[in-house]
Design a binder for this molecule. Structure first.
Ligand SMILES: [Zn+2]
Length: 90
């Protein structure tokens, strides 16, 4: 929706970019990345903010360490599950 952004998408993408390079045996093609991101995003609480008030910047700075650990754990799960069942031939 115009003017709204789910901050959780940023957080999940950030964790994928951080974790995937450390796992060279895991396929990190666009299809798998999208599967991992959607798997994780469907299990995390969305964090919608308005994009027109500077709330975007505020929210980034306020994200707690506990929330970050939760995102990381969920993304790790997503990577493990999707990489075990990639939706394409190897
Ligand atoms: Zn793949």
């Amino acid at each position: 929706m115009e003017g709204l952004k789910n901050m959780m998408e940023e957080a999940v993408e950030y964790q994928l970019n951080k974790i995937l390079p450390t796992m060279p045996n895991v396929c990190s093609c666009e299809k798998c990345r999208l599967d991992m991101a959607s798997f994780a995003l469907n299990r995390l609480t969305p964090q919608y903010v308005r994009t027109d008030t500077g709330a975007l910047f505020q929210k980034l700075n306020n994200s707690s360490q506990q929330a970050e650990v939760e995102v990381m754990t969920t993304v790790m799960n997503a990577i493990n599950i999707i990489s075990a069942h990639p939706k394409h031939d190897t």
